[in-house]
Design a protein around this ligand. Structure first.
Ligand code: ARG
Length: 278
C-alpha cells in the first residue's frame, strides 16, 4: 500500500512564531510608490480590515503570538509592518524608509520595541525597509537592494544583527522588495522568482539554495511569494494556486488567504507580518 504521508525527508515541523501586525484602520492608496498602487482605484477599507482580521485569526489558530502596533492616521501603509524593523536574535534593527510618505512609520516601530523590553533597538543610518528587504533564513540574512534598501544598509545590518548578509539585486519594479520575490519556507528552503533578480544574484541564489524551487510568473503576479511560513504551514495569497500545489508537494501545508484589498497597496500576507525572532 502506498503511504499518503510525504517521504520522511520532506516532513515539515512548525514552530511557534511571534508576529507584530497593525490593523489597516487608516489604509488607503493616496500615493503611488510602487507599480501596484493606483490612486484612481478605490479601496474598500472595511473589507481590508475584515481580510486582515482573518489573517490575524489564522495566525492565532495556528498557535502563534500576534502583538499589535497602534495604527496612526495619515500613515496609510502602516499595515505593512514587515517594513518597520528586522528582529534577529532579539536585536532590533529599525527601518529608515526610502519615501517621505512612509518615513514617520519608523518611529512607531522603534517606540514599540523600546516599550516591550527589547534591550538593543538600533535606529539605522542608512535606508532599509525592514523585512521587506532583509529576510532571515537560518543563520543568513538575504538582503535586497535595487529599489528601496541602500546597499550600505546591508553592511549596517551585518554589523547590528551579527549575521552573514547575502546581498541580492532586484531588477523588476513590480518586485520592489525582496519579500515579493522570495518566500522563506524554513531555515534552508526558499521559493523564488528568478526573473526578479540580476543574473549575478540569480547565480548566488542557485549556489546557496540548490534545492530552492521556482515560482512561475502567474504566481508571482499575484504576489504569491509574499508568504509567511512557520516551518510547515505556509500562509500565502489565495490566487497563488500553482505555488500552493508546489509547496504541498514538498510537504508544506498551504494556508490560502484573500488579501485582495491590501494587494492594491502592493502587499500580501508577509508585508502585513513582522516576525520577532527572540
Ligand atoms: N505600499 C507599500 C510600499 O510601497 C507596500 C509595502 C509592502 N511591503 C512589503 N513588505 N513588501 O512601501
Amino acid at each position: 500500500m502506498t503511504s499518503v504521508l510525504p517521504a520522511p525527508s520532506t516532513r515539515r515541523t512548525a514552530t511557534r512564531r511571534h508576529y507584530v501586525m497593525c490593523r489597516p484602520e487608516h489604509f488607503d492608496v493616496t500615493y503611488a510608490i510602487n507599480p501596484w498602487m493606483d490612486v484612481t482605484v478605490p479601496v474598500d477599507r472595511d473589507l481590508a480590515v475584515r481580510q486582515w482580521e482573518n489573517l490575524r485569526a489564522t495566525y492565532v489558530d495556528l498557535g502563534h503570538r500576534v502583538d499589535l502596533l497602534d495604527p496612526v492616521a495619515g500613515l496609510p501603509d502602516m499595515v505593512y509592518t514587515a517594513n518597520g524593523a528586522t528582529v534577529v536574535g532579539g536585536v532590533v534593527l529599525g527601518a529608515r524608509f526610502r519615501h517621505a510618505e512612509r518615513a514617520a512609520e519608523a518611529a512607531s516601530h522603534l517606540a514599540w520595541f523600546r516599550g516591550h523590553g527589547f534591550a538593543r533597538v538600533v535606529d539605522p543610518e542608512f535606508v532599509n525597509e525592514g523585512e521587506g528587504d532583509l529576510l532571515a533564513v537560518g543563520d543568513l540574512v538575504l538582503a535586497g537592494t535595487g529599489f528601496r534598501t541602500d546597499p550600505l544598509a546591508h553592511v549596517e545590518a551585518a554589523r547590528v544583527l551579527g549575521r552573514e548578509i547575502v546581498p541580492l539585486e532586484l531588477v523588476d519594479p513590480r518586485f520592489y522588495h525582496l519579500d515579493t520575490a522570495i518566500a522563506v519556507l524554513d531555515d534552508s528552503t526558499i521559493a523564488w522568482l528568478p526573473a526578479a533578480f540580476s543574473p549575478a544574484s540569480q547565480a548566488v541564489l542557485r549556489m546557496r539554495f540548490p534545492d530552492a524551487f521556482e515560482a512561475g510568473p502567474a504566481d508571482a503576479d499575484v504576489l504569491g511569494l509574499n508568504a509567511v511560513s512557520d516551518g510547515r504551514n505556509v500562509v500565502l495569497p489565495v490566487a497563488a494556486g500553482g505555488l500552493a500545489a508546489a509547496i504541498a508537494e514538498r510537504g508544506f501545508t498551504p494556508v490560502p488567504i484573500d488579501l485582495s484589498e491590501l494587494l492594491k497597496g502592493g502587499g500580501g500576507p508577509k508585508c502585513c507580518t513582522l516576525e520577532v525572532r527572540a
